[in-house]
Write a protein that binds this ligand. Sequence first.
Ligand SMILES: [Zn+2]
Length: 599
Amino acid sequence: VHSPTVAFTVDCLKPDTHVYRVTLDARGFGPGPHEVELPVWTPGAYEIQDYARHLFDVRARSPEGKPLPLDKVRKNAWRLEATDDAFTVTYQVYANQLDVDTSHLDGTHAYWNGATLFVYVDGRKDLPVDVYIKAPAGWRVSTGLDGDPNDLWHYRAPNYDILVDCPVEIGTHRVYTFDVDMKPHTVAIWGHGNQDDDRLVADTRRIVETQAAMFGGLPYAHYTFIYHLADHWGGLEHLNSTTCLMPRESFKPWKAYRRVLGLIAHEFFHLWNVKRIHPEQLGPFDYNREVHTHLLWAMEGFTDYYAALTLRRAGLFSVTDYLQVLAEDIKRYEGLPGRYVMDLAWSSFDTWIKLYKPNEDSANRSISYYLKGHLVGLLMDLEIRRRTDNRRSLDDVLRLLYERWGREGRGFPERVYQETVEEVAGGSMADFFARYITGVDELPLDAMLDTAGLRIHRLTKNPDLHPGEDDDEAEDRSLVSDPPVAWIGAHLALKDAKVVAEWVATPGPAAEQLYAGDELIALDGRRVTDPKHVTERIRADKRPGDTVTVTAFRRGELITRDIVLGEAQPNTYRITRVDDPTPAQQATYQSWLAASWPD
Ligand SMILES: [Zn+2]
């Protein structure tokens, strides 16, 4: 009797077909019916993807090559009848979607996310897995999987979870390496844009060093960054690797590149926060269905918070960069009516059917646990610092969770999160959690930033009032607000050369008057052909409280509505230091932002 073994061969020898040919060799499972199953989702991307929809030509054979009976029994499961100790299952996978949680095969490369490619047998996700790769001549492999030093095309995972946690990039991509803490790091870059590879690698290294310093080391033997330069954004975290998908022209100018750095810092930080520090629902995983946790605000929102903060600590962001990124997030957050409807715990739990399945009403009734979670991370950090005179911080919460649970990869019961925050803060945080995590109270951003000597300015900038103003003049009145401008309350976009209401703010001036999907054709009897014209005409000719007459097509039928205009949200958010800081404000600013004040 042999103990069961599992080996896959992945054949990417016909890349232009976009089809992987996969062979599973299973031994030691014994005769009888066996079930093989493919995940319906990928950890980290909380969306049912039904990867089995890309599988075809599934067959089972005996070791002698004799066909074995095979039935499909569920959307992602097959049952086969083996007569022997061993059997082989072959199938093909169509892979032509370039995203971090899908697989892509074409003439330039092979990229796979293992959940799309590898089945498991009889629930035996505990078994070690061998992977043999067949790829075109001249291609090479970059992955977090451990390789066979004697065979460049042979990799091995200690279990199925690790197998699908290690995406694989194969092709002629550029490969760069560096060591931090004597651990090798690989940066694999596929695609070309306005990036500077050397700078990208150097900045990546700086992120690794800074975040390693926060946790006191690196908990892996080696790490692989897979960077895809293409035409949209994406990122997915893994135990010892990440895939970051970035628009090819996003590396210049500096403000665009800040988002690149933010993505890399976010995904790398995840190797601690969510891959190792996580609630018990997030690993080991059930690949068959949704898994629910109330804590994604801590897993994702806090990761966003630390992405920006560690870039500041790394010196890659100036204080100005950091505060600009923060001000932008506060502005986005304050533009969303859904912040008064959905709390963070609910947003986390329902991500499968809310955040990942948005509709035209989402901004009104839901809130992103990334966006609000980022701001609550800031509040929690400043609150801990306030209570402890800067002796403790949110860093200590994460380090404690890592030491007690994450180091061994143990998931914790959800209540542990608040308990750990309270332990670090030295007292109850029940009120904080009730207001900002399970409640929808307005976030006390102004009051908490004041503890660090910072002030949020919510400004209206109306270019109509300053014709011919040059940059210096604009800078001189940078903290002076123009009077509020009028707002129609609908977010308009150009679709098929039509001005369409994408969503209608509820509550808001156009609520119950306009519907999402209405096609605006005239304002006060004059034609509109561009969303910008609507904004500009209202800004120039109207005041809050004035009425406009909107003519629109609704499902092709003409309607007319009189709308009383509201007040637009300020369009420029800035965060500045107060003029006469107290020693306490200076101390918080300095320890939090790793910067001196006075400079
Ligand atoms: Zn994330």
